[in-house]
Design a protein around this ligand. Structure first.
Ligand code: TXA
Ligand code: MG
Length: 353
């Protein structure tokens, strides 16, 4: 497509009203706007306009059985987009919104069927980002927005990533710099009893458990071609860079490093994702190492950019170490496992002799 994408640089804390007005009008007119949220960039369209929603699927190359998330600016918009809203939903939204928590509720009639992939439920959230909220107010309508990447590519955490995947396919891009959290929202189904986490993300499960002691989470990864997806979006191959990713798990540092070194030796163009501490162990090797920082929060901010960067450097294999599954580590582990399409090496503890 030869259409031009209009890019506006905006202040992430206080976006320029002129740019927001253009973007808001674009949404009203049935166009596509890419915008930053606190998690990742979204590819937005008017949630009540099924033709505009169809453009999202086309631009991303997203299968029709993978439903979108609807973004709202105020809790009092909930009745426009959902029905039979349980008290629990109101409590959680007051506690966690705006923020990276997506609630799955029964959908309102006005939500078009293509948005929810034919389901009678809808995923909803209020993003905690001044640009996203300003856009929602300006458009004056709920906005359907998946992550603004080509389907199955790592999610975009910068405007550059959006351009790399969707240049010419989106009408307006609001460039608000890097997204502060870096992994997508936590998705919580309130149509399940007990409530169930469908995707770990920006709100740690530990924080949700304080509000919902009986919360359920069981990772369910499906093969690619299951259709219709019983738990949408749980296809295992997801967030994948072009390179093959191999994940190494194990508590014994020395054994894990040894296993990773053995794997590295067997590849020509191999790169590493490593915490600052782990990176030191591989400093003698002449391979690209993407440092993910000192903790899970830093790693979440950098993960998708690091995967894209190693791809761009032409790696055909990327090795990473599985993080501890606490806090944002659980979301990291989930994204890495998907990027690795299940390629997980469990390294047993060694014996000292
Ligand atoms: O942080 C985020 O959630 C970002 C930003 C842009 O808000 N959005 C995002 O959207 O990650 P996306 O499309 O990449 O992921 C949406 C996922 C679907 O793949 C599916 O797993 C789940 O949300 N989903 C949507 N509607 C659902 C429903 N009715 N029932 C169950 N899961 C649903
Ligand atoms: Mg996505």
């Amino acid at each position: 497509m030869s259409k031009r994408t209009r890019v506006f640089r905006v202040d992430p804390k206080a976006p320029q009203p002129e740019a927001i007005a253009v973007a808001g009008r674009t949404i009203r007119a049935g166009g596509l706007v890419a915008f930053p949220t606190e998690t990742v960039y979204g590819l937005g369209a008017n949630a009540f306009d099924d033709a505009a929603v169809a453009k999202i699927f086309a631009a991303k190359g997203r299968p029709a059985n993978d439903p979108l998330i609807v973004h709202i600016a105020r809790i009092d918009q909930l009745p426009q987009v959902a029905k039979g809203i349980p008290a629990q939903a109101l409590e959680l939204s007051r506690r966690f919104w705006p923020g990276p928590l997506t609630l799955v509720l029964e959908k309102a009639e006005r939500i078009p069927a293509n948005l929810t992939a034919g389901l009678d439920t809808v995923a909803l959230r209020m993003p905690n980002h001044a640009v996203a909220l300003a856009l929602l107010r300006s458009a004056n309508t709920p906005i359907a927005a998946p992550s603004a990447n080509q389907f199955s590519r790592p999610s975009p955490t910068s405007a550059r990533h959006v351009i790399d995947d969707l240049d010419g396919l989106v009408d307006v891009l609001l460039d608000g710099g890097l997204t502060p959290i870096g992994v997508e929202s936590t998705i919580l189904s309130l149509v399940d009893d007990p409530p169930r986490v469908l995707r770990p993300g920006g709100i740690p499960i530990e924080a949700l458990r304080e509000a919902l002691p009986d919360l359920h989470y069981e990772p369910a990864y499906l093969a690619d071609d299951v259709s219709p997806a019983p738990a949408p979006g749980n296809m295992l191959r997801h967030y994948s860079p072009r390179a093959r990713v191999i994940l190494f798990a194990g508590a014994d540092d020395a054994e894990v490093y040894a296993a990773m070194r053995a794997e590295i030796a067997g590849h020509k163009r191999v790169g590493l994702l490593a915490s600052d501490a782990d990176a030191v162990e591989f400093a003698d090797l002449e391979i690209p190492i993407e440092r993910l920082g000192a903790d899970a929060d830093a790693a979440a901010r950098r993960l998708f950019a690091a995967l894209r960067s190693l791809d761009q450097q032409g790696m055909d294999c990327i090795l990473a170490r599985a993080p501890a599954k606490t806090g944002l580590g659980l979301a990291l582990w989930d994204r890495l496992l998907r990027a690795a399409a299940g390629s997980l090496v469990e390294v047993p503890a060694g014996h000292t002799d």
